[in-house]
Design a protein around this ligand. Structure first.
Ligand SMILES: [Zn+2]
Ligand SMILES: [Zn+2]
Ligand SMILES: [Zn+2]
Length: 355
């Protein structure tokens, strides 16, 4: 059972740490530009004294706790057919199944119909799969061994590589949602892989960010600049860097970047996949140690299958500890109440060095 940090505890942690960080960090609000998406964010660190700014997980993920978990070992038969499974120690460790309620399904070509001047539609062709991260119902990615996290990354690679060969599909989005506040509807740790016949807006924005950048590669430059600045690094080894990005739009946001430049996750070397899987584990464990059992999303960004231009695959780790207000929804401008410098200091101090 994971510890549920109370808001009071969190608030008192915050007060101590903000006192510690006060010398290093001015409390003035500041605009920072996210060069990936082209959006401005507001770093408004003085707003953190409101304890209501933070939420630990509170909502039960499953409506009916008595219903058998479809992803637990022993439930394989009645559930959807296994597409791929990865074994270790005599039983499956990672398993990929078709989503029972797919958002994208079928092989119809993306033919756009215009039904009058303002109604445009197309078939939602594609695939929607579930990656069961572990047979252990109560584990999370933060609990996975390095070998196990590598299997998870290999599963994402193999499924994405498979989808990249399906005619008509253009992009694959892998996500992990942990906690109801992050959109999870089943408690058992799992990810989803959605492959679709178009390039979605967020990826199009990032592609434009890479194209706008004057230099070789935007994220290679980020690694170099963050290592020089040194104040936003949470974890680094010879293959991967995890930072609290300079332009973090939400508290404790992290970005895991492989040092090896490459646009496609599914073409990355196994050693780099393993390094990212491990870095995500270390970062999530640090986050849990600092913030308690908070809800989060992991977003795996890999280039569209047929890429023109440049891209560098990466993973966003987004704790869901605040709720977006009307200003953020109305303007698309995020207000972040914890500076990334402070987030890196807190999370970095919780990173456990590998044995
Ligand atoms: Zn389960
Ligand atoms: Zn790069
Ligand atoms: Zn991204």
């Amino acid at each position: 059972m994971l510890r549920m940090t109370t808001l009071v505890e969190l608030a008192s942690n915050r007060a101590t740490l903000s006192a510690l960080a006060a010398d290093a960090w001015s409390l003035m609000s500041q605009l920072r530009l996210d060069p990936l998406t082209g959006r401005w964010v507001v770093i408004a660190a003085e707003r953190i004294e409101r304890p209501s700014a933070f939420l630990t997980r509170r909502l039960p993920v499953e409506g009916d706790p008595d219903r058998a978990c479809p992803f637990c070992p022993g439930m394989e038969e009645p559930g959807p057919a296994t597409l791929e499974s990865y074994a270790g120690a005599g039983r499956w460790q990672v398993r990929v199944v078709r989503n029972r309620y797919p958002a994208f399904d079928g092989t119809e070509p993306m033919v756009v119909s215009h039904l009058g001047p303002v109604f445009t539609q197309a078939p939602a062709s594609g695939t929607h799969e579930v990656v069961v991260l572990t047979p252990n119902h109560d584990a999370t990615w933060a609990d996975l061994s390095s070998a196990h996290a590598t299997l998870v990354m290999e599963a994402l690679r193999d499924r994405m590589a498979d989808h990249s060969t399906i005619p008509g599909l253009r992009y694959s989005q892998a996500v992990v949602n942990r906690g109801r506040e992050a959109g999870a509807s089943i408690e058992h740790p799992h990810g989803q892989l959605l492959s679709m016949p178009f390039v979605p807006g967020e990826t199009a924005n990032e592609l434009a960010g890479f194209a706008r950048f004057h230099g070789n590669c935007l994220l290679c430059a980020v690694i170099e600049a963050e290592e020089e600045a040194a104040c936003r690094i949470i974890f680094a080894d010879d293959r991967v860097v995890v930072v609290a990005p300079f332009w973090s739009g939400s508290p404790y946001e992290m970005l895991a970047i492989p040092r090896q430049h490459g646009p496609h996750l599914y073409r990355a070397e196994t050693d780099d996949l393993a390094a990212i899987g491990h870095a995500v584990q270390v970062s999530l464990a640090a986050m849990r140690s600092q913030l308690g059992d908070v809800a989060y999303n992991l977003l795996f960004h890999s280039a569209p299958f047929r890429l023109s231009g440049d891209y560098h695959w990466h993973v966003h780790l987004l704790p869901q500890v605040t709720t977006r207000g009307g200003f953020e929804l109305g303007s698309g401008v995020l207000i972040n109440v914890v500076s990334p410098e402070q987030a890196a200091e807190e999370l970095g101090s919780r990173v456990v060095a590998p044995a």
